[in-house]
Design a binder for this molecule. Structure first.
Ligand SMILES: C[S@@+](CC[C@H](N)C(=O)[O-])C[C@H]1O[C@@H](n2cnc3c(N)ncnc32)[C@H](O)[C@@H]1O
Length: 295
C-alpha cells in the first residue's frame, strides 16, 4: 500500500506529486527517530507524507528516493532542520497545567532555596519551550508568586529542537489563543499591545530568558548543561518510544543537581519510564526528584 500524499505544485499541474510506499515511510521514520527520538505513529502517516512531498517539491526532487538522498547527504543540516520545523507538534499556551506552577512556587522552590545561600543561582529549564509561553509563564509565576525571588539569581533556560518556534519565542508576540489564561493584571504588567490583535512580552522579560536550540535526544548536547535545579519537560516524551524516553530521562538526570526536580506533562509518568527518580507529591501534582546524594 502507498499513501497518496498530494501536495499540489504551485502551478497546479501536479508536477512533483509522488507516492511514498510503506517501505519508504519506514526508512524515513527510522531516520527521523534516530535524529530526534520522535516516533511517528501510523495515524500520523498522512501528515508526515504530505510534508515530505511538499519539501521534496520545494527542493526540486520528484521522488522519495531523490529527496531522501538529499536529506541524508546535506552536510549543512539545513534540509533536516526545515523538515523538523514542519513535523514537530508545537501546541502550547500560557499557564498550561497551572497547578504545576503553583507547586513550583509553594513547594519546589522553597526546597531548592533551603539548600542554597542568598545570592546563589537557581536554574530552571523549560525543555521543550516551543513558542515560549511555558518559560514566560514560569518567569511570571516566580516573580509574582514567590516571595523569596529577589534573594536569588533566577536563571531561566528555554530550548527546543525547532528553530522556527525559537524565533517566535524570542520575539514574544502572542495572539488571544495563547493568552486565554492570562488575566488583565498580568497583561498590563508584562505585555504591550502589538498591532491590532496581538500582545508582546515586555523587553525586560524577553531578555531575561536564555533561548537556545537543543535536541534532547543528543547526549553530547545535553551534557553541556549541568547544575540545573528544575526541569519542565512537558508534552514532549509522549512523542518518543520507550527507548528514547529512557535515554532522555537519563540525560535530564545528569543535567540536574542532586535533589533537583522534573515536572512532566499530565499524561506522562516517570515511573513508567525510569526508576532513577523519586516521586514526590507536592501540592496538587507529583514531581520527580533526583535523590540527594547518599539518600
Ligand atoms: C507540544 S510542545 C510542548 C511545549 C511545552 N512544553 C508545553 O507543554 O506546552 C512539544 C515541543 O517539543 C519539541 N521537540 C520535539 N522533539 C524534540 C527534541 N528531540 N528535543 C527538543 N525538543 C523537541 C517540538 O519542537 C515542540 O515544540
Amino acid at each position: 500500500m502507498a499513501v497518496r500524499a498530494l501536495a499540489e505544485s504551485s502551478d497546479g499541474d501536479g508536477r512533483g506529486d509522488f507516492e511514498i510506499t510503506n517501505e519508504e515511510f519506514i526508512k524515513f521514520r527510522d531516520f527521523f527517530y534516530a535524529k530526534t527520538g520522535v516516533q511517528f505513529a501510523e495515524s500520523k502517516r498522512y501528515f508526515v507524507d504530505k510534508r515530505i512531498v511538499e519539501r521534496a517539491r520545494d527542493r526540486a526532487c520528484y521522488s522519495f528516493r531523490q529527496y531522501f538522498m538529499l536529506l541524508r547527504t546535506d552536510a549543512s543540516g539545513t534540509e533536516m532542520q526545515q523538515l523538523i520545523n514542519l513535523l514537530t507538534v508545537n501546541e502550547t499556551y500560557f499557564f498550561r497545567e497551572n497547578y504545576q506552577l503553583e507547586s513550583l512556587v509553594r513547594f519546589v522552590l522553597p526546597q531548592i532555596a533551603a539548600r542554597k545561600r542568598p545570592g546563589d543561582t537557581i536554574r530552571i529549564w523549560s525543555l521543550p519551550c516551543s513558542t515560549g509561553e511555558e518559560p514566560y509563564s514560569i518567569a511570571i509565576a516566580v516573580l509574582d508568586e514567590w516571595a523569596q525571588s529577589d534573594q536569588f539569581q533566577i536563571e531561566i533556560l528555554a530550548s527546543d529542537l525547532d528553530t522556527r518556534v525559537l524565533a517566535s519565542a524570542r520575539s514574544g508576540v502572542y495572539g488571544e489563543r495563547s493568552l486565554q489564561n492570562v488575566g488583565l493584571d498580568v497583561r498590563k504588567r508584562y505585555f504591550t499591545r502589538h498591532g491590532l490583535r496581538d500582545h508582546q512580552i515586555i523587553p525586560e522579560l524577553r531578555e531575561s530568558i536564555d533561548f537556545f536550540q537543543l535536541n534532547i535526544a543528543n547526549k553530547a548536547e545535553m551534557a553541556r548543561h549541568r547544575n540545573v535545579d528544575i526541569i519542565f519537560c512537558r508534552n514532549l516524551l509522549i512523542y518518543f518510544d520507550d527507548v528514547s524516553r529512557r535515554e532522555a530521562v537519563a540525560s535530564m538526570f545528569e543535567s540536574l543537581v542532586p535533589g533537583g526536580f522534573v515536572f512532566l506533562g499530565h499524561s506522562e509518568s516517570m515511573s513508567r519510564m525510569s526508576s532513577l527518580f523519586v516521586p514526590r507529591r507536592l501540592g496538587d501534582c507529583t514531581v520527580s526528584q533526583r535523590p540527594l546524594e547518599g539518600k
